[in-house]
Ligand binder design. Sequence first.
Ligand code: FAD
Length: 381
Amino acid sequence: MQLEINPELAEVRSALRKFTQEQLEPLALEIDRIGEIPASAWALMREAGYLGMQLPETYGGGGFDMSTYCLALEEFSRSSRVFTMLLDYTSGLAPLAIARHGTPQQKDCYLPKLATGEFRAAFGLTEPGAGSDSAAIATNAKKTDKGWVINGRKHYISGGNSAEVILVIALTDKEKRARGGISAFLVEKGTPGFEVTRTDTTIGSDAIKLGELTFEDCHVPDSALLGQPGDGFKIAMGSLTSGRLGVACACIGAADRMLEMAVQHARDRQTFGKPLAERQAIQWMLADSATEIKLARALVYETLRRVEAGEDIGTAASMCKLYCSEMVGRVADRSVQIHGGMALMRGFNLERFYRDIRHYRIGEGTSEVHRMLISRDLLKA
Ligand SMILES: Cc1cc2nc3c(=O)[nH]c(=O)nc-3n(C[C@H](O)[C@H](O)[C@H](O)COP(=O)(O)OP(=O)(O)OC[C@H]3O[C@@H](n4cnc5c(N)ncnc54)[C@H](O)[C@@H]3O)c2cc1C
């Protein structure tokens, strides 16, 4: 895939850039200040046709492939991580799992609503006792005559505090666990026995909220099962592999923007009678950031090309997520250093980026977990 020269994608990128700069960017600082996603942001995204981008056109989605979706994440991330979450809630981890594994009835029920943003979906895997070791989940679902009964607790679920539907990953066979003993369920808001018991925010934007979700004898019908019993771990990992490429692209977009800010500031700011841009100490920081962003793009775009070719990209997705999430941290730190004190002032764009990007090294698999996965692949017999 040649993102830079493929005319079709280049056109999509330029439309996305224009939309982001003109429509979304003016809202970014205010969203950070109020800690909420205003209805106007949802309306803009809906009208521009960016909600449900990755969902099939037959269900009202955009029908875009993963490369285009990742490009959108990169562009939206140049303004704010919050805008990438609007895509995630309507077209990311959980919506994609429904599109890939749903029955015709499940697709009819959820996809058209996700495509318009009427419904948002959250991805419920992590638990207090199972983060990196996701196969250690304790939330369980037991078969009954009429369906399933779910018990357990999930936490740190992005958008889980308000989502209309949650993809809940639950244990259905303790002995088998990740090898066929975990299943996936679609649980709707308001289902008796399901409650949002806490809402968390992070050091990043308060507009991105995380839900603690408690299930106490929560009865769901057979039609809530996504895929076959025992498919849940595979379904979750499949979504996460795609999601990791999305995270990598969001990291690239944010890094690119922060480098732009640093270049501009280096040109504008004079110290000791000269612009910062004329100091080698500053030039080297800019050069290192530019080189790392270029390298990140090459790695991710190559992996997206392999997705298009239908190749297995599990390990490559881990490499992309690992490299890009660590790269954006280094770029953010250099950009802050180049700005000096002003970078840390509330209400300044860079300060907001600096807080928002820290989560990328933790969510969707920590750096350590991805190093483990990559080395496991290297060392396998
Ligand atoms: C902002 C945010 C949004 C999130 N959204 C979601 C969501 O939508 N859905 C969802 O299901 N989850 C979500 N999560 C949860 C996220 O996936 C977990 O936080 C992550 O997997 C790490 O789990 P943990 O926090 O329990 O850390 P732990 O697993 O307790 O790890 C703690 C530290 O130990 C390290 N570590 C763990 N095991 C090993 C090992 N074997 N070797 C070396 N080091 C190790 C980790 O890398 C980490 O540094 C979100 C988290 C955040 C912060």
